[in-house]
Write a protein that binds this ligand. Structure first.
Ligand SMILES: O=C(O)CCC(=O)C(=O)O
Length: 314
């Protein structure tokens, strides 16, 4: 079977945001180890919309996953489906000559304005371009055994199975490498991104590979926010919930250590602020769905989550 071409996305530079959006109450919650997840914890997940399991993965598992991710960001032939670069990389690539099968072309800034997709990596020194990677997707393959091992972890899948009351299947895998100065991921519900019916059960799993704190962009959630149901999303700094609305809710910051694992409902509004430190903040995120989940299309999804054509403002 022919390998799918690598998708390389150059994101736009994202404008600044109101820092109040990430003024939050820090919560030091969680239980230790997957084996501590019992029926009471499952009930807590359904009540709060999330459940934090500390020390879920060992330092060896974390370091092996980081090594594979590092290799993906520096490789000339990364074994993944797509790589997303922070908008700041445009300062280095605009005007750079690309040699594509003998012909030379140059990137044009206007083509990059909305996030520009290519099938080739930027021709900048590997270690330099690696510093701009924000996201890597589609890497759970045999070539990346440590990352695949995380996604296939039996104890973790048992918890997901208990949360959805069924057999989970992997729907999406991504790594989020927030580089120093890296952009905010504005507040959103993951369901607003997925073409799946409302009845499909979805659980997000966010695994910290570094210490994640408010300063470097840890996960923040709206307390009980999944109970509000689908929220309208607007195309602003990203596909996101309106800032004005977020400011009305109590926001919780969830600091995590390497190997900690956050389970969260796909309707739980969440976001991460920009990374204000000098170090990367690495994490992997998986989404699992129930076996009986059903695909829909953009039209169906936008009817529920979209703001276009509705009498709303943001
Ligand atoms: O890790 C992050 O910065 C945010 C990830 C996230 O919420 C997402 O990509 O849906």
């Amino acid at each position: 079977m022919k390998e799918q071409a690598l998708r390389v996305v150059f994101e736009p530079e994202v404008e600044s945001y109101d820092p109040n959006l990430y003024e939050c109450k820090i919560v030091n919650c969680g239980i230790t180890g997957f084996e501590a997840v019992d029926e009471q914890q499952i009930a807590t997940y359904h009540e709060n919309g999330f459940l934090l399991v500390k020390e879920a993965f060992s330092s060896i598992q974390v370091e092996s996953a980081k090594k594979e991710l590092h290799d993906l960001t520096t490789s000339n032939q990364p074994s993944c489906e797509s790589i997303y670069y922070e908008g700041k990389i445009r300062n280095l690539i605009s005007g750079i000559k690309q040699n594509n099968s003998g012909s030379t072309t140059s990137y044009k800034l206007e083509n990059l304005a909305l996030g520009h997709t290519e099938n080739r990596l930027p021709l900048i020194e590997n270690s330099v371009r690696a510093k701009f990677v924000r996201k890597v997707m589609g890497f759970t393959r045999v070539e990346n055994p440590a990352l695949k091992h995380l996604a296939d972890c039996k104890d973790m899948l048992k918890v997901v199975g208990n949360l959805i009351r069924g057999n989970p299947k992997l729907y999406q895998d991504m790594a989020l490498i927030k580089p120093p100065g890296g952009r905010e991921k504005p507040w959103h519900q993951d369901r607003a991104y997925f073409n799946l019916t409302e009845k499909s059960k979805i659980v997000g799993v966010w695994i910290a590979l570094d210490n994640a704190r408010v300063e470097n962009g840890c996960m923040q959630v709206i307390e009980h926010g999944h109970k509000m149901g689908p929220k309208l999303h607007f195309m602003r700094r990203d596909w996101q919930i309106c800032d004005k609305e977020i400011l009305e809710f109590r926001r919780l910051g969830i600091p995590m250590s390497p190997g900690d694992c956050l389970f969260f409902d796909a309707l739980l509004p969440h976001g991460t602020p920009a990374n204000q430190t000098d170090s990367q903040r690495w994490a992997v995120q998986f989404h699992y769905v129930s076996q009986d989940s059903q695909d829909t299309n953009d039209e169906y999804r936008l009817e529920v989550f979209g703001s276009e054509g509705k009498d709303v403002s943001c």
